[in-house]
Write a protein that binds this ligand. Structure first.
Ligand code: 4AD
Length: 456
């Protein structure tokens, strides 16, 4: 079906005065005695295009003026409001009718209501804007890494090792319920891979394999976590950006993370000004200023030990106790990012007992060279560390955690053949979209959120 994008017809003056064809879904419609007007959106722009029908000249099927109907319009583009083109219709073809039970009749619905219809909420302005910002940000991420000589690698989604060691994995099996096996070992021995396999929580371990040859790599794909946490920041299937950099120590990777975040935010501000203005008006007042401040200021870096001191001396009554060795809870992270710094903060050098086995152990014997990047409003968006490159120390850390060494044979081998200092991080794609759009629930920045008890 030959037609133009609404975005181009709206803004490109070359079309003014010319005959154009556009297709889309009806977003608003007004009918009067002599004239009818409707606004059409085809998803290429946040703004709709107005179609004007002179009833003396053109007879239009009533069904084409119903909200949600899909139509093709042929007509002359003329300059209308705000210097945008509209279309004086010559022909309106109804492609698909939309009966009165089309749920998006009202202009504004709550996000909770829209979550009940993931297949239709995409036709609202909010999701139009979210999905375009998401797409532009994905491109920014690729452009950032590609332009800095990183190699994009695709790590496996089915794995035999649990990267984070937290046990929050989905098992991949072809057997299912059976009384045939007495033990889980027997069960998995008979299963598809001959041993237990899971969906990957992170591509890091395989990413390190690639980085030990290609130097700088990144992955960008889904990760899966069976965390039973029904929060506005967790989904069971999220998109994960994971660079891994050889010859980089913790301060180097912190610099890279900050540079990458600033690049993405700058790019989205430049490429999606209308969408960001929309979010500023509707969802987070001051969003544009927040994003500009992020670009123009250094992120804070705060040692975990100092963070604990800061929390202890805050005079605040926290629900969860603060002490050296405790994992920071959302309320603690919020205090630090929102009340103290009001900007992104890297918290560094966490106690080793609350972090993963692969993190480089600091000389103090108590902490690891790891950092989380926390941002106001969302909390943690990046988990980052220098990796333990020393064979003996890595083995000791794994044994301390009673890990099955044989499941990590390749990973350990990397420490035997030309091991180098190296670091990497994982950025939660949905989490940074939340930060950039001001959306406060992760379920509203992904097409089909997978959460506990929900697999529509
Ligand atoms: O801090 P995490 O667990 O780090 C890792 O997985 C490392 N292996 C990454 C690396 O060093 N290559 O997760 C990284 C980020 C978190 O900061 C968060 O943004 C996101 O992944 N994330 C989630 N996002 C949405 N829903 C969930 N359930 C998430 N779990 C983690």
């Amino acid at each position: 079906m030959k037609h133009l994008d609404v975005k181009d017809v709206l803004t490109n003056k070359e079309y003014t005065g010319k005959e154009v064809t556009v297709c889309g879904w009806v977003r608003t419609a007004r009918d009067s005695k002599n004239m009818a007007f409707f606004e059409l959106n085809d998803g290429t722009s946040l703004k709709h295009i107005q179609v004007v029908i002179d009833k003396a000249v053109l007879n239009v099927d009533d069904e084409a003026l119903k909200l949600g109907a899909s139509v093709k319009v042929v007509g002359t583009a003329v300059e209308g409001r705000q210097e945008l083109n509209e279309i004086n219709a010559k022909e309106v073809v109804l492609l698909g009718a939309s009966p009165a039970d089309y749920p998006l009749q009202k202009k504004r619905h709550t996000l909770e209501f829209l979550r009940t219809m993931p297949h239709l909420r995409t036709r609202t302005n909010t999701f139009n804007a979210v999905l375009r910002v998401r797409s532009v940000m994905a491109n920014s991420i690729h452009t950032y890494f590609q332009s800095h000589n990183y190699v994009y690698v695709n790590t496996p989604l089915i794995t035999g090792s649990d990267c984070e060691g937290a046990g929050e994995t989905f098992t991949v099996t072809t057997i299912g319920h059976s009384d045939k096996y007495k033990t889980s070992d027997e069960y998995y021995a008979d299963d598809f891979f001959g041993r237990r396999a899971t969906l990957s929580v992170s591509g890091q371990l395989e990413g390190e394999v690639a980085a030990m040859a290609m130097g700088k790599i990144y992955t960008f794909g889904p990760s899966f976590r069976a965390e039973n946490s029904n929060t506005p920041r967790h989904v069971a299937e999220f998109w994960h950006v994971e660079p891994e950099v050889a010859f980089a120590e913790l301060p180097d990777i912190i610099e890279i993370a900050e540079d990458m975040i600033k690049y993405i935010v700058r790019d989205v501000l430049e490429k999606c000004p209308e969408e960001i203005k929309f979010f500023d008006e509707r969802f987070e007042k001051g969003l544009i200023d927040k994003l500009n401040n992020l670009i123009n200021n250094d992120f804070a870096i705060l040692d975990y030990t100092d963070a604990v001191k800061m929390l202890e001396e805050s005079g605040k009554q926290f629900q969860y106790p603060v002490y050296w060795g405790a994992d920071l809870q959302t309320e603690h992270e919020r205090y630090i990012t929102e009340e103290v710094y009001n900007k992104p903060v890297f918290i560094t050098n966490y106690p080793k007992a609350i972090k993963s086995f692969y993190m480089k152990q600091n000389p103090d014997g108590k902490t690891v060279a790891a950092t989380d990047l926390l941002v106001p409003g969302v909390g943690e968006i990046i988990g980052c560390s220098e990796r333990e490159a020393d064979y003996d120390k890595l083995m000791a850390a794994m044994k301390e955690r009673n890990m099955k060494i044989e499941e990590y044979a390749d990973y350990i081998d990397l420490r035997r053949f030309g091991s180098v200092p190296h670091s990497g991080f994982g950025l939660g794609f949905e989490r940074i979209i939340m930060y950039v759009t001001g959306m406060t629930n992760i379920r509203d920045v992904i097409l089909y959120p997978r959460t506990v008890g929900n697999i529509r």
